[in-house]
Structure formats: C-alpha cells, structure tokens
Design a protein around this ligand. Structure first.
Ligand code: CMX
Length: 434
C-alpha cells in the first residue's frame, strides 16, 4: 500500500536521527521549567516532538512546512473543485511529500474500500437518549469501533515493536474512512428525523460528507473540504492532540486514543468553542433583531466580559495574531456569500472585539481563533444546529492526531510520564530562590 511503502522508506533515517539526539545530546538543556509553568497548565514547556505541524505564535500553523494558502494551492484537486482532496492532505500529513493527483486518489480509494460502518454502531447510536450531545455520540461511535482494532489483535499475537506503526496505519485508515458517514448519521439522526443519507461511491471523502449532511448547494462540498483540511492538526500540545498522544503512548490502539482526544475536544475552552461562538452570535442577533451597529456590539462584548464570561472564538494559548484558519474561512465566506447576515456579523465581531479585549487587558491574544467564524459559514448553508459543530471539528482532527499516532509508534515514542511535585516542594524551591 502506497502510504506504508512511503513511510517505510523514510523510517531508518528518522529513527537514526531520534536515536542520535537521545544518545549523544540527551543532556542538552532546552528549557527550564518555572513554578508558573508547573502551575499554569505547562504553557510553553518544550517537551513534545512532532514533524507533522508547527504553530508559530505570529504566523500560525504550518503543516509539514506549508502555510494554509500554500497547502490549498499545492494539494491536488478534483477537476472543477475549488478545494483539494482531503485524501491528499492525509497523504501529505503521513508521508511529508505533496502527493500527485493519482496518489491523493489512491488514499481516497483506500478510504472507500474501508468505509463500511458496521450496523451495530448505528444501532448503538439510536439507542441513546435523545438529549445526548452529538460529541458524546461521536466519541462513543469511535470507541465502539475498537472491537476492530488490528493493532490490539496483532499486539496480543506478538507483533514486533518495529512493526507497531503498520498496524496503527491500518487502524487509522479503517477509522478515518468511516468518520464522514458516522458524523453525518449523527446529524441526520438528531436533527433530520433520522433520515440518513447513504454515501455515494463516486464522491471523494470531503464531498461525501457534504452529500450525507443533506446540503444541496454544490459549494458546500468545497467548504467541507476546506473545513476538514484546516482543522486537522495544530501541533501536539493542544488538548485533543495531547490527550490522543498520551493515551496512545500506553500502546492503547487508535480507537481508545482518539476517543480520548475527542472527549478533550468536547470542552468549551477547546473545540466546543465553535458551538459557543455561534450561540454568542445568535444571542447578539436576537437581542438587536438583526446585525447590530458597532457600538451596540461593543457594549454587548463588554456585558459578556463584565458578567465573567469569555468571548468564545477569541484568544489562544499559543497564537498572538489572527489565526490563519480564521482567515481561510473568512476568505471563503467573502467570496461566496459576503452578504449573509451571520457571516457579516462574525466579520463585524472581528473588527469590534479585539480592541475590547485589549482594553480589558487580560487575554494575551485578543485575536480570533479558528472557532470564531466556522459556525457562521455552516449557518449560511442551513447547518444551524450548533451543538453539532464540534463533531465536524472532530472528524477533521482525527486525521492529524492519527497521523501523529502512526509516527509516534514508528519512532517508538515512549509512554508519557511527567513528574509531579507537592506544593510544599514548590514552596521550598521558592524559599531557596529568595
Ligand atoms: N474572553 C475573555 N477573557 C479571555 C479570553 C476571551 N476570549 N481569552 C482569554 N481570556 C482571559 C482568560 O480567561 C484569563 O483570565 P483569568 O486570568 O481571569 O483566568 C486571561 O485572559 C489570560 O488568559 P490567556 O493566557 O490569554 O489564555 P489561556 O492560554 O489561559 O487560554 C483560551 C486560552 C483559548 C482557553 C482562552 O483564550 C479562551 O478561553 N478563549 C475563549 C474560548 C475559545 O475560543 N477557545 C477555543 C480555542 C481554540 C481551540 O482550541 O479550539
């Protein structure tokens, strides 16, 4: 299989590089951990390694060295499509080389072969109480697929350590192939009277998701491809990526590991911010009976802050500028529906909120992140049920975290086990320093 062959060819030199670093330079100090870092969610402690993506505080994400505009330009596209094949992105994340069109299509075909979702998954989803959050359903579906794990099966049969990654790759392809249908099924089951739409054989992964969601506007296929590409990876320290990596480091298989990552993505300070954000925009819209004036919006933002809440979609733990994932979506909206009310409102928030956050003086980053705009685009296409939005984020995110999991196994990254101290120990260190 093309992905396995390509990775296999690169592995000896990657393993050699890691081994050399560990053996010859293991004692080199790359960072000193401070008490505030230990207490403050490990901010900026450089202790994870990935070559799949990197987030620069000012420039934002680069996937394997490429910015989002470069990626959209370079990855192969279906004739007539505005956005690339998501299969090409997965190839790129896994292999580190821009695929040809044929190579991207090969991944799309691998996905098609592996896309059948077992009937018990749908049965389980249907059996859950109606009020179950879509992210709970989605994470359960991913976890319930664990019975199919090749890694778990082969591990118990004595799989060699050097080959762990091959079984992880197999599982990753099997899992990611099924995600569009699982996600769209949850949407249709919850909000469209249970009328699921079957996948079409001739559609690519991204367009099939759009089709199964039941949105007829043909540009929604391109928005889906864009969305599913840009949410895929954001280096390794964010909650969903780190949770996946942490759980995978115990040699838990991809189903256990990614389900854990999704549970982290479901937090309001992480992926759930996209649903919170559209909720906030709708509150504004309702209060002012439409798109308000800038002054009204400014006051609304202050009221939110003064009531002790955060403004969802703004701020970031690493970024210090507008998130390029925001910009990519803003450009799509400006091109296709600049006059849509919810999109106009999201763009007005971009003008009004950063100065308010600067004036308040708390947030280190007053700029929008990916979640500040994504919901307004979905809303335009009639996907208005905003508690579903994080599932879409999660479909994309599993591409990045599974690619990382394959490489973590390929390079034999060890079980994670940071060290904790007691408060008294920190106080003793502080006293020594005084
Ligand atoms: N609105 C109001 N206050 C904010 C804020 C916002 N959008 N962003 C940060 N702050 C506040 C923090 O709550 C914190 O306040 P306290 O000192 O009272 O605790 C202070 O500013 C400093 O925070 P920070 O160092 O700038 O930000 P963190 O690294 O701690 O947190 C994040 C980052 C994203 C959790 C935070 O900016 C936030 O809550 N934003 C809103 C939620 C959001 O959009 N999350 C999605 C992030 C992207 C993703 O992961 O999907």
């Amino acid at each position: 299989m093309i992905l396995a062959d390509k990775i296999s060819a690169q592995l000896p030199s990657w393993r050699e590089r890691t081994k050399k670093l560990n053996k010859e330079f293991g004692e080199v100090v790359i960072d000193k951990v401070t008490i505030s870092q230990a207490l403050g969610g490990m901010r900026n402690i450089k202790s994870l390694v990935t070559d799949i993506s990197y987030v620069d505080p000012v420039e934002g994400i680069r996937f394997r060295g490429y910015t989002i505009p470069e990626l959209i330009n370079k990855l192969p596209k279906l004739r007539g499509a505005e956005m690339p094949y998501v299969g090409g992105l997965y190839y790129f994340l896994l292999v580190g080389e821009v695929p040809t069109r044929a190579q991207a299509v090969e991944v799309e075909n691998e996905w098609k072969k592996r896309s059948k979702v077992p009937a018990y998954i749908f049965k389980m989803l249907k059996s859950m109480p109606a009020e179950t959050h879509p992210m709970t359903l989605y994470s359960m579906a991913v976890l319930a697929l664990q019975t199919q794990s090749e890694f778990a099966r082969q591990y118990h049969e004595g799989l060699k350590k050097d080959d762990f990654w091959l079984a992880m790759l197999e599982d990753s392809l099997n899992l990611t192939a099924k995600l569009p249908e699982i996600g769209a099924y949850i949407y249709r089951m919850k909000y469209k009277g249970g009328k699921a739409i079957k996948p079409k054989k001739n559609l690519d992964w991204g367009a099939n998701f759009a089709h199964m969601m039941g949105v007829e506007d043909p540009t929604y296929a391109d928005l889906s491809r864009l969305y599913l590409i840009i949410h895929s990876d954001h280096e390794s320290g964010n909650v969903s990526a780190h949770a996946t990596h942490l759980v995978g480091s115990a040699l838990s298989d991809i189903y256990y590991a990614t389900s854990a990552g999704l549970n982290g993505l479901a937090g309001p300070l992480h992926g759930l911010a996209n649903q919170e954000c559209l909720g906030w925009l709708l509150d504004v819209y309702k209060k002012f009976n439409g798109v308000p004036s800038k002054d009204e919006l400014r006051q609304f933002a202050w009221d939110t802050l003064n009531s002790g809440q955060v403004i969802p979609g703004y701020g970031h733990a690493v970024l210090r500028k507008t998130d390029p994932r925001f910009t990519a979506q803003a450009e799509f909206g400006s091109k296709h529906f600049p006059n849509s009310d919810m999109f106009r409102l999201a763009m007005m928030v971009y003008e009004v909120v950063p100065p308010v956050l600067v004036e308040q003086g708390k947030a280190k980053d007053p700029w929008p992140n990916v979640d500040a705009i994504s919901g307004s685009l979905q809303y335009h296409y009639g996907v208005k049920e905003f508690d579903f939005y994080t599932v879409m984020f999660g479909i994309s995110r599993l591409l990045g975290v599974s690619a990382n999991a394959v490489w973590a196994r390929a390079l034999g990254q060890p079980i994670e086990r940071p060290k904790s101290l007691t408060t008294a120990m920190l106080e003793a260190e502080a006293a020594k320093a005084k």
